[in-house]
Design a protein around this ligand. Sequence first.
Ligand SMILES: NC(=O)c1ccc[n+]([C@@H]2O[C@H](COP(=O)([O-])OP(=O)(O)OC[C@H]3O[C@@H](n4cnc5c(N)ncnc54)[C@H](O)[C@@H]3O)[C@@H](O)[C@H]2O)c1
Length: 315
Amino acid sequence: MDIKTFALIGAAGFVAPRHMRAIKDTGNRLVAALDPNDSVGVIDSYFPTADFFTEFERFDRHIDKLRRRGNAVDYVSICSPNYLHDAHMRFALRNGANAICEKPLVLNPWNIDGLHEIEAETGARIYNILQLRLHPSIVALREAAQAVADRLHDVEITYITSRGNWYQRSWKGQVEKSGGIATNIGVHFFDMLTWVFGPVRYSSVHLNRPDCAAGHLELAGAHVRWFLSVNADHLPVKQRVQDRRTYRAITVDGAAVEFSTGFTDLHTQSYQQILEGRGFGIDDARQAVETVYHIRNTAPQGLQGDYHPLCAQIR
Ligand SMILES: NC(=O)c1ccc[n+]([C@@H]2O[C@H](COP(=O)([O-])OP(=O)(O)OC[C@H]3O[C@@H](n4cnc5c(N)ncnc54)[C@H](O)[C@@H]3O)[C@@H](O)[C@H]2O)c1
């Protein structure tokens, strides 16, 4: 396979090194990176000769110059804050490159229609990182669910991933930039759930706060109670005693899904699939974007209906 060239937007952030590694591990090359923050020494571990820009205008000019010289970048990887994904994907496609974008692809369902138009106009493609679909436990769960498709499953999902005070101060704590906790933290799980159990028939929200959210989903193949939190006070006592900051539990019909390992390299696997023409495109992202949009815009009903048991403990 010939070597593909990449540009990366949001190079100084938390998730960017996973993309640098995926580009390197798939035998390709990062040629340019952008971030207003210049704490990007990590680039040297992967692509020390890549050009780096802190200003969009100069990055834009550089990408355009490469294109005019016949060296257009093949892909732009997007690791910027969620609300900028739409603009950054448009930038990529207008420059003749395909886009590989972090989750959530966009914040609002109507943005997806606009992206379809720009794909059609440019002939370039947009791919979304939906790495839980590659997790071996989730793949096995989907196969099992499809084998028993004649009844509704009962699913409970709990994800507590403690974040310090910085979280609410950063763009991640601002609903207009991140979409809030159900979007920013939950979109992976809502994508995974609908990929495994089918589309959403009905959704209700019991709790929606800056630090936690909970609700109920009726999917084609399952009833789901979900609870998401970034607040360490919501961790089970056992976790706190062991000084563990994350608690992740999924049960299906009362049985736990083993889901504690298998997360390494999923970005590299996502890149492999994209490069082989099997990446997840705009339409794969649509259901989860619609689900989190709906959750974001639903008034929480409190402790009524089929709520997650942890809701009763939240003050
Ligand atoms: N797939 C996953 O498992 C996973 C994990 C974490 C984050 N993410 C997603 O990746 C993206 C980045 O998240 P993160 O945790 O790395 O956040 P982060 O805040 O650590 O990084 C975001 C980076 O974008 C930069 N940035 C801000 N404005 C910019 C602009 N106008 N142009 C270019 N860069 C800009 C910031 O300076 C920062 O370095 C988000 O969309 C997030 O939802 C995905």
